[in-house]
Design a protein around this ligand. Structure first.
Ligand code: FAD
Length: 102
């Protein structure tokens, strides 16, 4: 049975970076576990190609509880369930923060 020094749960934005950094030291062994499938859908790799990745089989499909200040609506909260995590279903849109407001 293979043994690992570290196990990283979730191959999303953070998990992939952490696992990559840790394996730069060749002495360490790291197991990266992901609940979703590989990121083979072409739409994942094409900027703005599909607004339909949220809500697809690549999404965990979370909703909030009923929000009392929003007429008890349940708010859709997309979270990626695929290699790359939420960054694989965000259509490669990037809104940078404004440093002047930090
Ligand atoms: C539609 C959409 C648009 C976005 N747009 C922007 C934007 O414009 N600018 C911006 O800065 N951010 C944006 N974000 C947010 C950004 O993508 C996320 O904040 C970021 O990807 C979160 O990284 P993370 O590593 O915390 O989680 P994730 O990338 O979500 O990774 C978590 C991973 O863990 C896996 N996982 C969960 N539970 C388990 C388990 N039990 N076992 C194994 N694996 C598990 C999941 O499947 C997933 O792959 C957007 C997100 C979405 C969904």
């Amino acid at each position: 049975m293979t043994q690992y020094d570290y196990i990283v749960i979730g191959a999303g934005s953070a998990g992939c970076v952490v696992a990559n950094r840790m394996t730069q030291d060749s002495e360490r062994t790291v197991l990266l576990l992901e609940a979703g499938n590989p990121d083979t859908k072409p739409e994942i790799q094409i900027p703005l190609s599909s607004p339909n990745l949220p809500g697809s089989e690549l999404d965990w499909g979370y909703f909030s509880e009923p929000e009392p200040y929003l007429n008890n609506r349940k708010i859709f909260c997309p979270r990626g369930k695929v290699l790359g995590g939420s960054s694989s279903i965000n259509s490669m849109i990037y809104y940078p923060g404004q440093s002047s407001r930090l």
